[in-house]
Ligand binder design. Structure first.
Ligand SMILES: Nc1ncnc2c1ncn2[C@@H]1O[C@H](COP(=O)(O)OP(=O)(O)OP(=O)(O)O)[C@@H](O)[C@H]1O
Ligand SMILES: [Mg+2]
Length: 385
């Protein structure tokens, strides 16, 4: 049984995802941010949005690339955050993080203006901004340090808990294949995150955005290697092992040289300790990327990330989304569609991205397909070192 089938057992967490570069409806961030106060103002609404994460569906829901939520509620809303005073107590931030005021970030993004909008995800809108090289003060566009400012959307269902996880995990991790968290803002009901700006945006946009130029083979492999290094660091090298849990193309960001960096640690979890083989969690992740065994049992291991890596590798090889309801029946779920082709060295050429127009390494494609097959197999999955 494939992941797609199992994913149907879980409810969709979220909701509005408007990507302006996909030419989709653009109202979300704009409307909210025209009333910036209302974008992040009401504490009770923040709490509501978090406690309602399993049921708050809106008309903007899309079937693809949706985070998934619990099949079994082992921890249920115990995972949700409580009121603001406690937030500050929970916040043990790494000292190198810069603490911004809301007004700093408002000015740095030129009032969160639409022209600065980089994209929108489950957390909220992301804006381009400029700050002092070594401080927190806003500076003139094009000078100082360019940053991406992520704003918490109170209508969103990833709430304070994810914000906290991001500060806690990413704030303490430094690696060339993880996006750098520059700082944060926690002020009244405002929750923002400030990252290094990644000039080439997300892998998702390069692979699937209408009008984007096809990524050459060598760049695809460079990105796969960089992303694998980021995951391997989390699993094997970080001081305390981390399970990332949300590995997907939109969370792989690219610098000017197409170096891949993982972003979004809102769902990250500490790995199992001692002789434990897994951690038990509510099932969270994204349709089409979550490992079937994790979705079925709630048992989370680093191998769940390895499965998701296999899905992303397959997306890079085929140029197809992990879930695509617009394709003919039998081709909606990428893993199910591709799997029969992966074991045969000649058959894999039938599923390679036609946009490559034959420009790829035969040997490299066979190896990559073999690796994807291993990652997607039930057991054993390879390490990503
Ligand atoms: N540091 C950054 N530099 C440049 N662009 C960024 C940066 N962070 C995010 N973006 C852009 O903003 C978009 C939205 O990012 P965000 O992480 O909020 O959502 P997502 O990854 O698309 O979805 P999800 O919430 O499910 O993870 C990204 O797809 C990317 O295009
Ligand atoms: Mg993301």
């Amino acid at each position: 049984m494939g992941v797609g089938h199992q994913s149907k057992q879980v409810m969709e967490k979220k909701t509005s995802r408007k990507k302006r570069d996909e030419g989709e409806e653009e109202t979300g961030c704009w409307v909210k941010l025209r009333f910036m106060g209302s974008c992040m103002s009401s504490r009770s609404r923040v709490d509501n949005s978090m406690s309602g994460r399993t049921e708050n569906k809106t008309t903007k829901e899309k079937s693809r690339d949706q985070p998934v939520v619990p099949v079994s509620s082992t921890t249920s809303n115990a995972e949700s955050a409580s009121s603001t005073p406690k937030f500050s107590e929970e916040l043990k931030v790494a000292s190198q993080l810069r603490k911004f005021t809301f007004i700093d970030l408002k000015l740095a993004t030129r009032n969160f203006r639409p022209e600065s909008l980089l994209g929108e995800g489950g957390f909220g809108c992301v804006f381009k901004g400029w700050i002092e090289e070594n401080g927190t003060a806003p500076v003139k566009p094009g000078t100082g340090l360019t940053v991406a400012v992520k704003t918490l959307n109170i209508d969103g269902l990833q709430g304070h808990k994810e914000w906290l996880a991001e500060v806690d995990f990413l704030g303490n991790l430094l690696h060339p294949n993880l996006v750098k968290l520059v700082g944060y803002c926690i002020e009244d009901d405002h929750r923002l995150l400030v990252y290094e700006f990644m000039p080439r945006g997300s892998l998702e946009n390069h692979l699937f955005r209408k009008g984007s130029l096809p990524l050459p083979w060598s760049i695809r492999m460079k990105i796969a290697l960089g992303a694998a290094k980021g995951l391997a660091f989390l699993h094997e090298e970080a001081e305390r092992p981390v399970i990332y849990r949300d590995f997907k193309t939109s969370n792989i960001l690219l610098d000017a040289d197409y170096n891949a960096k993982l972003s979004d640690f809102g769902l990250a979890k500490d790995g199992p300790e001692g002789d434990k083989t897994h951690v038990s969690t509510r099932v969270m992740g994204t349709y089409g990327y979550a490992a079937p065994e994790y979705v079925m049992t709630g048992h989370l291991t680093s191998k769940s990330d390895v499965y998701s890596f296999g899905v992303v590798l397959l997306e890079m090889l085929t140029g197809r989304r992990s879930m695509d309801k617009n394709r003919p029946n039998g081709e909606h779920n990428l893993v199910e569609w591709a799997r029969p082709h992966l074991g045969d060295k000649r058959r894999i050429f039938r599923i390679l991205d036609p946009r490559l127009e034959g420009h790829f390494s035969i040997n490299g494609a066979q190896k990559a397909a073999q690796l994807a097959a291993q990652c997607l197999s039930r057991d054993p999955k390879p390490d990503l070192e």
